[in-house]
Ligand binder design. Structure first.
Ligand code: PHE
Length: 337
């Protein structure tokens, strides 16, 4: 091989390397040019046949070829490793299915409740989970000797700081910050020192409602609003009944039952044959509460009610154990999706 032929062969090899597009092609060229039986080692072996005076120049040219070929191969092979593989796309394959998650049953109950009451002009009010004694008890006409204020019933942090036992303090905050008319629902997390069993949990969710106006508001207004809610939430034919009760912050106070949504009041296993299911506490706001928030009890009146979100979820979806709502077991949650 002459020096000119060598330069031609070198140029040819570098063109081939530059044209390689994948790792296999780069490897084939490595074998072809610098592998053990490649062209460059063959030239080195053949050096002894080159006339002595040409040998230094020839040797130099071979070494230069080898160095350039190695450099070009190395650059190509790292480029081939980094460049994305071209994958054949089969457009006839079915698409990949991404399963959407489902909303937690409690979130659904809270959102649905907010929607139903929004149709009646209620907005959603929010407040902190850590409350003071005034908002959670005093303003709600609950004296210090009341059992709910006891350390065995409530999570206290010092004398004036507690985990709210109800969402009623949000109603106090709302009244203190606004003038009537007020129409709010207050959904949120509440805390009581309950031992957790199938129907109790130390942490649960309430949805309370409050309507206060300067015109006279009556128990009949309360009943019609709750009857509307019962129908919208539980289905046609479900209505409400009031039973006398006592709450410090309402007078008169009632406990609210819905007709059983399963048997529509006839009596079945779900309602223990009574035809009714207890769902809420409610009543006309006690004048003393108005006094605490700076309203003139002679000029305003209103009603308040409070549901347990878990309770609504349990009766609506037929969930027998409250703990299922907190265990995050996807087998359970997916069933309600
Ligand atoms: N806050 C009461 C409770 O936790 C429920 C309730 C709200 C009752 C509003 C009457 C009026 O038991």
């Amino acid at each position: 091989m002459t020096l000119a032929e060598l330069e031609n062969a070198k140029a040819q090899s570098l063109r081939e390397i530059a044209a390689a597009t994948d790792a296999a092609a780069v490897e084939a060229l490595r074998v072809k040019y610098i592998g053990r039986n490649g062209s460059i080692p063959a030239l080195i072996k053949a050096m002894k046949d080159v006339p002595k005076e040409e040998r230094p120049a020839f040797g130099k040219a071979v070494q230069a070829w080898r160095a350039e070929a190695e450099g070009a191969l190395a650059a190509k092979s790292s480029e081939a490793k980094c460049s994305p593989k071209t994958v054949e796309t089969d457009l006839t394959l079915p698409g990949r299915w991404w399963k959407l998650g489902v909303k937690h049953p409690l979130s659904r109950i809270i959102e649905e409740t907010a929607e139903i009451f929004a149709r009646l002009g209620f907005t959603v009010a929010d407040g902190p989970e850590l409350e003071n004694r005034f908002n959670n008890f005093t303003a709600l006409n609950t004296p210090e000797h009341h059992p709910s204020q006891d350390r065995t019933d409530t999570f206290w942090f010092g004398d004036d700081c507690l985990l709210r036992t109800q969402t009623s303090p949000v109603q106090i905050r709302t009244m203190m910050a606004n003038k009537p008319p007020i129409r709010v629902i207050c959904p949120g997390r509440t805390f009581r020192r309950d031992t957790t069993d199938a129907t109790h949990s130390a942490n649960f969710h309430q949805i309370e409602g409050l309507y206060v106006d300067t015109k006279s508001v009556s128990l009949a207004d309360l009943k019609s609003v709750l009857a509307y809610f019962a129908r919208e939430m539980m289905g046609d034919g479900v209505t409400v009944r009031f039973r006398p009760h006592f709450f410090p912050f309402t007078e008169p106070s009632v406990e609210v039952d819905f007709t059983c949504h399963v048997c529509k009041g006839k009596g079945c296993g779900v309602c223990k044959q009574s035809g009714w299911i207890e769902v809420a506490g409610a009543g006309m706001v006690d004048p003393r509460v108005f006094g605490h928030v700076g309203y003139d009890a002679e000029k305003v009146s209103g009603y308040a009610f409070g549901f347990g979100a878990e309770r609504i979820a349990m009766i609506k979806y037929g969930i027998p154990d409250i703990r299922w709502l907190y265990e995050n077991d996807v087998r359970f949650l997916n069933q309600l999706g």
